[in-house]
Design a protein around this ligand. Structure first.
Ligand code: SAM
Length: 296
């Protein structure tokens, strides 16, 4: 699309010399909560988009690529996905994907920012697709760190769908050894912890590698996987961690049988996609194998 005078632009900046420009058709909301800057806009290519502190969180056109990747490989690996915990997850799409599994009896979502949840319900109802009203959903508005400090339940699957742990982000406090230990202590036997784990681009994978290096101190199996998310304009990585199961080792038949049990149809994930998600390019395998700094 030509960049014409009449468009206003949302510019996501990757650095001083790299930007992705999205034309803005309309602004549904722009304001500041107690925790972050929130915008909900309409764009010609990606439809509605949620932006927090200048970072795209998800878009209407391709949020299923992100949310199916975050939830299903880990849930397919989980021996018994009954009780699930989501840290963050504001828009409700992670909740939606979890609740598609018929064996899930409860899914707790803890997001610090009630404004993100309410604005998502109002402007982005397609994301949750009714999940907030599901009787199995327990939505708690509060700091995930505080929740983890007092909650004593054991979860079959814990999903971290937090904003990037940048210095000024409310998620930053959740990325350190103590919290990783606490999360592990809340996993039921056979449990899996999965997190959205930053970018996997060849020039921008150091934060992902740092997360992986740290989590390897805590779990027997720590598997990176990634996919391209067009609205993010980059490759996005995830980490599946468990002492019991190696998510990368699931075969296509197992994954397809798992997908067949989900309510409704997948957009992105199946047995073949699973293989592709866990097949990492050489530069990423090298970055992951290198020694380097860790969260402490
Ligand atoms: N898809 C996203 C991305 O690309 O980074 C992440 C999705 S989701 C919108 C991130 C959520 O994490 C936000 O709703 C934010 O309020 C929540 N969050 C950040 N810090 C948190 C904390 N300490 N406790 C609970 N939720 C938190």
């Amino acid at each position: 699309m030509p960049k014409t005078e009449h468009w206003q632009w949302y510019v996501e900046s990757w650095g001083p010399t790299e930007e992705h420009h999205h034309a803005i058709e309309s602004v549904y909301y722009a304001g500041r909560s107690a925790f972050q800057q929130i915008s909900v806009i309409e764009t010609p290519v990606f439809g509605k988009m949620l932006i927090l502190d200048g970072d795209t969180q998800s878009s209407q056109a391709d949020e299923k690529i992100y949310h199916e990747s975050l939830v299903h490989p880990a849930m397919a690996a989980s021996a018994r996905p009954r009780d699930v915990l989501i840290l963050g997850g504001g828009e409700g799409a992670t909740l939606r994907e979890v609740l598609r599994h018929p064996d899930v009896t409860r899914c707790t979502m803890v997001d610090i920012d009630g404004d993100v949840v309410e604005l998502s319900k109002k402007f982005l109802p397609e994301w949750a697709d009714g999940a907030f009203g599901d009787p199995r959903a327990r939505v708690i508005i509060g700091d995930a760190l505080k929740f983890l400090a007092t909650d004593r339940d054991a979860y079959d699957l814990i999903i971290s769908d937090l904003t990037e742990p940048l210095e000024d982000s409310p998620s930053n406090i959740l990325f350190n050894d103590d919290v990783f230990r606490t999360i592990k202590a809340r996993l039921a036997p056979g449990g899996v912890y999965v997190l959205q784990a930053s970018t996997a681009a060849f020039h921008n994978c150091s934060l992902h590698a740092k997360m992986a290096r740290t989590l390897r101190k805590h779990y027997r199996h720590v598997r990176s996987f990634y996919t391209h998310v067009p609205a993010f304009d980059t490759d996005w990585a995830f980490l599946a961690c468990s002492d019991a199961v190696d998510a990368a080792a699931l075969d296509a038949d197992h994954v397809n049988a798992y997908c067949g049990r989900l309510r409704g149809e997948n957009f992105f994930y199946d047995g073949e996609t699973h293989r592709r998600l866990f097949a990492l390019p050489l530069y990423l395998r090298r970055a992951l194998a290198q020694p380097g700094d860790t969260f402490s």
